[in-house]
Design a protein around this ligand. Structure first.
Ligand code: FE2
Length: 485
């Protein structure tokens, strides 16, 4: 294949430059090998007065994204598929947003031709307006066909594989985009077909965290018409799962591959998702291959596809040079063999004598729309241990530190209640106790699988394990150190 490289990327380009199009250069290929990256949240320079999130993402861009992009380059993929949120999108001026988006396009293009699905951070403010111009023009240049500004859904062909790129965060345009997706899926299929979007079809491990009004219908279509995999991001957890149709036997299982290039090299924050969350869904049968809770090791996929088979490798980085890998292979969509599983940092099994060795403990609770005021008292085994911090986006980060005096309250089986004094609408879940022992080891309780909602208006009403709670006290969440994981 003739290499398709751009030099300096001209972000002021106004349209198709008459390139022959990369599809033609791949037409005779029997095998293609591509990288799938997601959620760069790229911030290209440190700015005075930038929000905390932008400063954190600048540090991640420097310390994680750039070293890992060098690793992507070392694999020499034929092309890159990006699942959205290329930038953090915090900048107020279009000129600045254009410089930032231009910088990240150039970074990726220097590795290989790159195709983008639109993320929610690419969709609003100055970044949204710039993305709407630059990215369709970029795709137009790559593919040698005109693409109007604001075009986010498109297809392309690379040898034996067809890619259907959707726009999952499409509030108000769901029906139109579903019709587009059905039209794309109902065309005669290439030997391999991959669907790409930002939001998960199945927000496993991070409930509600997608755009369900589109994604539910999209999942039904993909079950019906079949695809080799659905690639997405958004939740920042690393996860590969296979989902049977809700009605067994009606359609093809969907292999959902969620990845995130933002993450940390910190083994202490790297927890198997199955160990930290119950893998809740709508009740469909889920086959779990591997996953990591948000904020753990960053990762990306390398996929080798031919008419005969697909091999998917997920690389998860414990440093800029060291990785662990999961490998799947299939001939038919849904009939997936595991060739290799990634090796995560272990958590030691609990022993009853650990309760006498606890140096520190945290309660992890995740939530939506939980305001810090008025205070929401937390009871551990009947005793108040503090109040909830404000919780949003079901992020796993804010842990409530268990006061030293309360360490003696810990039992093998613990109950947690949260007070909702003003009858506010919120959702809580992902409860877990984390113990740090005197020898430095960490022990995790089993996660409570339930999601507690104080409002029936939450969008995912048929989520399995959703519990409506209209009482003053939410819970009790049961966090036990023994039993079935
Ligand atoms: Fe993101």
């Amino acid at each position: 294949m003739a290499p398709c490289r751009f030099g300096a990327w001209d972000v002021s380009a106004t349209g198709v430059r008459g390139l022959a199009g990369v599809e033609a250069s791949w037409a005779e290929r029997r095998v293609v090998r591509f990288a799938v990256l997601g959620d760069l949240h790229y911030v290209h320079r440190e700015a005075e007065g930038a929000p905390v999130s932008a400063r954190e993402y600048y540090a991640l861009s420097r310390d994680v994204i750039l070293p890992l992009l060098r690793q992507v380059r070392a694999q020499a993929p034929d092309f890159i598929v990006h699942t959205g949120d290329i930038v953090e999108g915090h900048l107020g001026s279009e000129a600045e947003a254009e410089a930032e988006i231009g910088a990240v396009i150039e970074l990726l293009q220097e590795i290989a031709p790159t195709f983008f699905a639109r993320g929610n951070h690419d969709a609003s403010g100055a970044a949204g307006r710039v993305y709407a111009r630059l990215i369709p023009r970029h795709h137009g240049r790559l593919l040698g066909r005109a693409m109007a500004d604001g075009t986010y859904c498109f297809t392309f062909r690379a040898g034996p594989a067809e890619f259907i790129v959707t726009n999952t965060f499409c509030a108000g345009r769901e029906a139109e985009q579903r019709a587009w997706l059905e039209e794309a899926l109902s065309r005669p299929a290439a030997p391999r077909r991959f669907v790409v979007g930002h939001g998960p079809l199945f927000p496993v491990g991070r409930p509600f965290f997608t755009h369900l009004p589109f994604c539910r219908g999209a999942a039904e279509l993909i079950h019906r018409y079949g695809a080799d995999a659905y690639f997405c991001g958004h939740t920042h957890n690393q996860l590969v799962t296979l989902h049977e149709p809700l009605q067994p036997g009606e359609g093809t299982p969907i292999l959902q591959c969620k990845g995130s290039l933002v993450g940390t090299f910190d083994a202490g924050r790297t927890v198997s998702l199955a160990r930290a969350r119950r893998l809740v869904g709508r009740g469909e049968a889920i086959r779990y291959f591997w996953g990591l809770l948000e904020d753990g090791w960053p990762g990306w996929f390398l996929v080798t596809a031919s008419a005969e088979e697909v091999v998917l490798e997920g690389y998860y980085w414990s440093s800029p040079e060291t990785w662990t890998r999961g490998v799947l292979r299939w001939q038919r969509p849904g009939a997936v063999d595991v060739l290799e599983l990634p090796q995560w940092p272990g958590t030691r099994a609990f022993q009853p004598e650990d309760l006498g060795q606890v140096k520190r403990a945290w309660l992890r609770l995740c939530g939506y729309k939980v305001k810090a005021e008025p205070p929401k008292e937390v009871l551990l085994n009947g005793q108040p241990i503090g109040a909830l911090p404000g919780l949003g986006a079901f992020a796993p980060r804010p842990w409530l530190s268990v006061p030293e005096w309360a360490l003696g309250l810990l039992r093998i089986r613990n109950e947690v209640l949260v007070r909702n004094p003003a009858g506010e609408s919120f959702c809580l879940g992902g409860g877990q106790l984390i113990l740090e022992l005197r020898n430095g080891e960490r022990v995790l309780s089993l996660p409570d699988p339930r999601l507690w909602s104080t409002d029936e208006g939450f969008s995912d009403r048929d989520h399995v394990n959703l519990v409506f709670c209209r009482d003053e006290w939410v819970g009790p969440m049961v966090l036990a150190f023994e039993g079935e994981a």
